[in-house]
Design a protein around this ligand. Structure first.
Ligand code: ZN
Length: 225
């Protein structure tokens, strides 16, 4: 598969974007577990270290599997839609068991208990990846704003805020992907990585990343300058 090289500031590629150590690996953003085959070509890659790569990968698998179970209202493998998640859960019996146990039935309604920390971990990690890819900036600081919620549970005020777009009165970093997009598209649009699976939005002042996974889980993360 072809991969886009990060055209942004090469100096920043000397660091793992998650921990700042020397990178000995590259990572797709978003991770492939959130996408289905055939994968889109030109998936963005960012520099990372193997340690971070492994650390996040377990949580990402958990979140991807949890989302699919929530959307299907079941943790039974044959009730799931995504082939990839079926494969993963067939292999990972412990995870399947955990998801089965996290399903709660109450008055005929189905709920899933979830591990909040792992979801937050994954969303923050994805947002850092998009920020690096779009604007070549590495975000080691804690975000100033972090909001996440299933889209279907957002009220109108939350939805308005989530879909609001910033006036761009300063241009993104020279040579950055965001600047290239701004020039060719006239504005910073949502980027559909894969229809129905993953989309994100980026704007540079302040660094603001919005993510929607499986048209269900939504997050907005802002770093102050
Ligand atoms: Zn690292």
């Amino acid at each position: 598969m072809e991969q886009i090289r990060d055209l942004s500031d090469e100096r920043l590629s000397y660091y793992c974007i998650y921990c700042g150590k020397a990178p000995d690996s590259r990572e797709h953003v978003p991770s492939k577990v959130f996408l289905d085959e055939p994968y889109p070509t030109n998936l963005p890659v960012v520099p990372s270290c193997i340690e971070c790569n492994n650390k996040f990968s377990k949580d990402e698998v958990y979140v991807a599997c949890l989302l699919e179970c929530v959307l299907r209202g079941s943790a039974d493998i044959d009730k799931l839609n995504r082939k990839k998640i079926q494969r993963i859960l067939t292999e990972k019996k412990k995870l399947q068991q955990k998801l089965k146990e996290s399903l709660v039935e109450d008055n005929g309604k189905i709920f899933f208990k979830f591990e909040k920390e792992r979801i937050v971990n994954v969303l923050l990690k994805l947002a850092k990846g998009h920020a690096k890819f779009e604007n070549s900036e590495i975000q080691f600081e804690k975000p100033a704003y972090f909001f996440w919620k299933p889209l279907v549970l957002m009220n109108n005020i939350e939805l308005d805020r989530f879909y609001s777009e910033e006036e761009i009165d300063l241009l993104p970093e020279v040579g950055s992907r965001a600047l290239q997009r701004l020039i060719s598209e006239g504005k910073l649009n949502w980027i559909n990585v894969q229809e129905g699976r993953y989309r994100y939005y980026f704007s540079p002042f302040p660094i603001r990343v919005k993510i929607v996974i499986s048209e269900y889980l939504a997050a907005e993360i802002i770093w102050s300058d």
